[in-house]
Design a protein around this ligand. Structure first.
Ligand SMILES: [Zn+2]
Length: 242
């Protein structure tokens, strides 16, 4: 979903907040550029977004999540002792100050002016009632995500700038531009393969390309303790779209 769609659920003008001591717009503003600092690693975290009905719809970065919270478009969902707790922005700021006294290794914090905010793992758009997309859009990013940014010939994982899309059966041989015939390929393998099919080039695919079952942006390492709370929602999403 483009961000404008999500913005439309909040209304074009953010609600004016009076007497706020917590200013999300200033979170991390002074130290963003310091790469490798704990702050920049916190900003690199991902936040699962649920619709009003607690269905996973997408993943956003921390800055986007904080903006949605501050604009009262979303609330934090925190799983505590097996049940869901809902916090608006102010309540979450207050809770964060208590939680920050005894930080856990899987938690991340953002430095705001004079206090710390725990990075939420899940937020819920309180007025957004559209359902999760049932099919994955076919584009470069989705193919790379499906293939985990690994060249499907040599298995090397590369940044997006060093990857290309390869038609397994070349277009000149009638190969189509579909999920089943497009794979992620490093530049070296792409040039080695040229306009040949894998057998002609003496190359072998690591796996048979197929249309992914659900949004690959959701294929987050759920074994990472940071994102353990996502499990329920992601598995639900898979079951409902599968
Ligand atoms: Zn390769």
């Amino acid at each position: 979903m483009p961000s404008s769609t999500m913005d439309s659920t909040c209304g074009p003008t953010p609600k004016k907040r009076r007497g706020r001591s917590h200013d999300a717009s200033r979170v991390g503003s002074s130290e963003d550029s310091e790469s490798g600092s704990p702050l920049s690693s916190s900003l690199g975290c991902r936040v699962l977004v649920l619709n009003r009905f607690y269905m996973a719809i997408r993943v956003v970065n921390v800055r986007r999540a904080m903006t949605l919270l501050y604009r009262e478009c979303a609330e934090v969902i925190s799983i505590e002792d097996g049940s869901y707790m809902n916090y608006d922005f102010d309540a979450w700021c207050e809770v964060s100050q208590i939680l920050a006294l005894e930080k856990q290794p899987e938690e991340d914090y953002l430095q705001a002016v004079g206090f710390e905010i725990q990075v939420p793992r899940i937020i819920r758009l309180t007025r957004y009632d559209k359902l999760p997309k049932t099919s994955v859009r076919f584009n470069r990013k989705s193919v790379f995500a499906r293939d985990d940014h690994k060249c499907q010939y040599c298995g090397q994982k590369r940044p997006m700038s060093q990857l290309s899309l390869d038609h397994v059966i070349p277009r000149a041989h009638g190969g189509k531009t579909t999920w089943e015939n497009i794979v992620c390929c490093c530049l070296a393998c792409n040039s080695k393969k040229g306009g040949r099919n894998p057998a002609q080039a003496g190359m072998k695919l690591l796996s048979k390309p197929a249309k992914p079952r659900s949004n690959p942006a959701m294929s987050i390492p759920l074994d990472d303790p940071k994102y353990a709370s996502w499990k329920t929602f992601i598995q639900d999403a898979d079951a409902s779209t599968g």
